[in-house]
Design a protein around this ligand. Structure first.
Ligand SMILES: Cc1cc2nc3c(=O)[nH]c(=O)nc-3n(C[C@H](O)[C@H](O)[C@H](O)COP(=O)(O)OP(=O)(O)OC[C@H]3O[C@@H](n4cnc5c(N)ncnc54)[C@H](O)[C@@H]3O)c2cc1C
Length: 428
């Protein structure tokens, strides 16, 4: 059976939003060409078009068929690293600017939904990072302390409080970040595409960029539409789905599969005890599991999956076991949706911004936090394109560094995942 059979996301696009796109039917010249029509590409396209630039977006798949339409819809501010660590790593000035940016990424999503009146189901009830061991709780205390000291609306939770808010057993405690929330990610992608189009950007779906080369002061992109697109600037927003378009980019990332599933709508008695106040949750296991409720009351549960594409429903079995371990009452509740997508992890667990040549930008590596990050980053990329000022970017521009022993990485990550799973199992 073809793997796509299993890719049946639970998310629905907004009922009244139709999206036709605009094919590339002749050679074009624009100010800005964007390869990849996920949140990064669309957010940049919207910002650029609103500022009067001519914009062409080239997307290989259908709209929302990359990570941006497939994700868990958890809008979480911050980065994998805590603020103090970012300060140590980037120094006072750069570090503070980055922390400020990272702190506001969830704001960027919810403000856009509000200010543009987007038809995107959303709920800003916060995100719980739940600790499954005393060591993980110590880390949560520290994270809560650091963000709290910066004025973020965060609270430390004991085990009983986590149990009440999640309905799940076995957590030592955790912390609640009220800056965060949930959205319907597919609706957000479609609405962002609508905004970008209304602002004047043209979006071609089902069209792959196959070659990128310099052409005098411009860049020229060959596409599967058969017509080239020339542009003064190019943003390669292909992230975890990067191919060979920019030399070394795909090899600088570890693309992992994240698998998700959604139960049938929960019966009223379970709805009242599982995530009764609508928070999103990630837990502290090495192989993170994350969950939330959908607007129609299903439990949407995700985690790392196998490296290869799934072959059967059995490839979601580890997730189902994890879900029932946390929520024994869900044993017997049917799983109606299963799907998966790619996330890009970098060796330093930070997003990378590359500018390998003048007029060319590439951004990748969101470590599963891209909903807020990429939405907030779009306008910054456009600032940088317009001004050339590196201070416009939250992260320093870095060279593309292919990961050594690339050929072995999938095996390496596969072994690491099996090892982590075993440790997580031992810790309960
Ligand atoms: C299952 C899953 C769950 C996740 N859960 C969360 C979550 O709850 N919260 C969170 O913050 N993040 C989550 N993430 C991560 C988040 O979805 C991503 O970080 C984010 O969507 C990245 O956006 P993007 O626009 O950079 O990339 P994408 O949305 O992946 O877009 C890249 C696009 O580039 C296109 N492309 C690639 N090559 C070419 C080419 N040559 N020509 C044309 N187009 C090309 C691809 O088709 C793709 O659509 C999750 C990811 C997955 C897969």
């Amino acid at each position: 059976m073809h793997p796509s059979h299993f890719s049946r996301p639970v998310w629905r696009r907004p009922p009244r939003v139709s999206f036709a796109g605009e094919a590339i039917s002749a050679p074009e010249r624009v100010d800005l060409a964007i390869v990849g029509g996920g949140l990064q590409g669309l957010s940049a396209a919207f910002a650029a078009a609103r500022r009067g630039l001519s914009v062409r977006v080239i997307e290989a798949r259908g709209l929302g068929e990359g990570a941006s339409g497939l994700n868990g819809g958890q809008v979480i501010p911050g980065l994998k690293h805590d603020p103090d660590r970012l300060l140590r790593h980037f120094g006072e000035r750069r570090g503070e600017a980055l922390i400020d940016f990272a702190s506001g990424t969830a704001d960027a999503v919810f403000k856009l939904i509000q200010s543009e009146g987007l038809a995107v189901e959303h709920d800003r009830s916060g995100w719980i990072q739940a600790a499954h061991t005393p060591e993980a709780f110590t880390a949560a205390e520290e994270r809560n302390r650091q963000w709290g000291a910066r004025g973020a609306d965060v609270t430390l939770l004991n085990g009983a409080e986590v149990a009440l808010l999640t309905g799940a057993g076995g957590y030592v405690g955790g912390w609640l970040d009220r800056r965060a929330g949930t959205i319907n990610p597919l609706a957000f992608v479609f609405e962002l595409a609508r905004l970008a189009t209304e602002a004047g950007a043209r979006i071609a779906t089902g069209t792959r960029a196959v070659r990128l080369r310099r052409d005098g002061a411009d860049w020229q992109i060959e596409t599967t539409a058969g017509h080239p697109v020339s542009a003064r600037s190019v943003v390669v927003a292909t992230n975890a789905y990067s191919d060979g378009l920019v030399a070394g980019l795909a090899r600088s990332l570890v693309p992992l599969h994240s698998f998700q599933m959604a139960t049938a709508p929960l019966p009223p008695d379970l709805r009242e005890v599982i995530l009764p106040h609508g928070q999103a949750v990630s837990d502290s296991r090495r192989i993170v599991v994350y969950y939330r409720k959908s607007p129609d009351g299903r439990l949407v549960f995700g985690g790392r999956g196998r490296m290869a594409e799934p072959k059967s429903e059995k490839d979601w079995k580890h997730l189902q076991s994890a879900m029932i371990r946390l929520f024994p009452a869900l044993d017997g509740v049917s799983v109606e949706h299963r799907w998966f997508g790619r996330v890009a992890v970098t060796p330093d667990h930070l997003p990378h911004i590359h500018a390998p040549e003048k007029g060319l930008l590439a951004v990748a590596g969101c470590q599963g936090r891209g909903v807020g990050l990429m939405t907030a980053l779009g306008p910054r990329l456009v600032d940088y394109i317009e001004t050339g000022d590196p201070a416009a970017l939250p992260f320093p521009v870095s060279p593309i560094r292919p990961i050594p022993f690339y050929a072995l990485r999938e095996i390496g990550v596969g072994v690491t995942i099996a090892w982590y799973r075993m440790l997580d199992g031992l810790e309960g």
